[in-house]
Design a binder for this molecule. Structure first.
Ligand code: DSN
Length: 415
């Protein structure tokens, strides 16, 4: 980006921004939850919309001067409805955990039983981990993945639902590489009278791009997503509701229940990103993200890496590193020194503690945004394997140079 004011207003911060631009341009971003927004989204976030207080919702604000902001927020809502085929949308939650907090606060009571995916099996902290507000407030029961297949066994989910009669079933994940059976989740929830809540933060862009099926069309009561992962927008969140009754509860829960003034500059940038996702090119992008992940998985497997569930249907994969005799954290650090960013990850039933996990998670959303395709995935897998084979500083420096040469051919939008 060309910066007009920061270079003279604050040289220290300007230099740090430039350093981060260089890091993003010269390296490969394989963190599954990251992506690059467009320059238009970045510009919108830096607009004067950030100056405005607008507690309330379009047409019902507490402060004056919100006629423009009302149009901005209404546009974001309309685009989100169109893109996802949803009836009601709240665009004010600040990010994923706050969106999930708003859902629980609106629809269940402290102590209620909720069924969700275990964290080390691919779930999220806000799906009932004991150290999270969810685990402390609600009675979470967890389903997991099978030892042999790495897949969620829906018959076991059904059995758990019948045994525990949860008030709510949470379907969603942060580290699961296979399609979720939204239709079966809904059927099970209907049988036990549970509210259906899907957290599609990771795969929202793939659903929006019509590359995979989603929970809204399966009839879920409420669905949350962040806007900055595969959806490629700014850091924010959307909450979809199936009925007006649920939507009213969600709106009251977000404001005044949890938050104060919404971040309208971010909401405007969400609208811009949703506008981009409504274009046909975004569907091509979503499909390529999956093709790239599948190619990367095949290439890693052929180099002796063990991938949980042996492949992927989406943008991510979790690699069990035990056969490579390297810990997830150690391997992440070595890759980082070679110019590849990834995130250490627990594997199902990890024998090691979460701070020293046995796996690593890769994703292809960001490198696909740069225009990389399946041919580049072969090279990426080769670099990952070379780091696993030899993590000497000399080898990592040599790989970093090769990566920078490839990276220079693929632009980072906005950098
Ligand atoms: N931090 C996100 C991820 O990496 O999946 C989830 O909150």
């Amino acid at each position: 980006m060309d910066y007009k004011f920061i270079p003279t207003a604050d040289l220290e911060i300007f230099e740090l921004i430039r350093a981060e631009e260089a890091r993003q341009k010269n390296g490969l971003e394989l963190i599954a939850s990251e992506n690059y927004t467009s320059a238009a989204v970045l510009e919108t976030m830096a607009s004067v919309l950030q100056n405005k207080y607008s507690e309330g919702y379009p047409g019902r604000r507490y402060y004056a001067g919100n006629e423009v902001v009302d149009s901005v927020e209404s546009l974001a809502i309309e685009r989100a409805k169109k893109l996802f085929g949803a009836e009601f949308v709240n665009v004010q939650a600040l990010s994923g955990s706050s969106a999930n907090l708003a859902v629980y606060f609106a629809l269940v009571q402290p102590g209620d039983t909720i069924l969700g995916l275990k964290l080390d099996h691919g779930g999220h902290l806000s799906h009932g981990h004991p150290i999270n507000f969810t685990g402390k407030t609600y009675n979470f029961v967890h389903y997991g993945v099978e030892d042999d297949s790495g897949l969620v066994d829906m018959d076991k989910v059904e059995a758990l639902a019948k045994e525990h009669k949860p008030k709510m079933i949470v379907a969603g994940f942060s580290a699961y590489s296979r399609d979720f059976d939204w239709v079966r989740f809904k059927k099970i929830a209907d049988e036990v009278g549970a509210i259906t809540f899907a957290d599609i933060a990771h795969v929202a862009g793939l659903i929006a791009g019509k590359a995979i099926a989603g929970p809204i069309e399966a009839g879920f009561d409420v669905v949350t997503t962040t806007t900055h992962k595969t959806l490629r927008g700014p850091r924010g969140a959307l909450i979809f509701s199936k009925t007006e009754e649920i939507a009213k509860k969600i709106n009251r829960s977000v404001f005044p229940g949890i938050q104060g003034g919404p971040h309208e500059h971010i909401i405007a940038a969400i609208a811009v990103a949703l506008g981009e996702a409504l274009k046909p090119e975004f569907q091509t992008y979503a499909k390529q993200v999956i093709l790239n992940a599948q190619k990367l998985a095949v290439e890693l497997i052929s180099r002796g890496f063990k991938i949980i569930s042996d492949g992927t249907d989406n943008h991510l994969m979790v690699v069990d590193l035990q056969n490579k005799n390297v810990g997830g954290k150690e391997f992440t650090d070595a890759l980082d020194r070679a110019g590849i960013s990834a995130s250490a990850s627990t594997i199902p039933n990890d024998p090691n503690p979460p701070m020293k996990p046995s796996g690593i998670r890769f994703g292809t959303a960001a490198i696909t945004t740069r225009g990389m395709g399946e041919a580049e995935m072969i090279q990426v897998a080769e670099w990952i394997a070379r780091v696993a084979d030899d993590s000497s500083e000399e080898n990592l420096a040599a790989i970093k140079k090769e990566i920078a040469e490839l990276a220079a051919k693929f632009l980072v939008p906005g950098a």
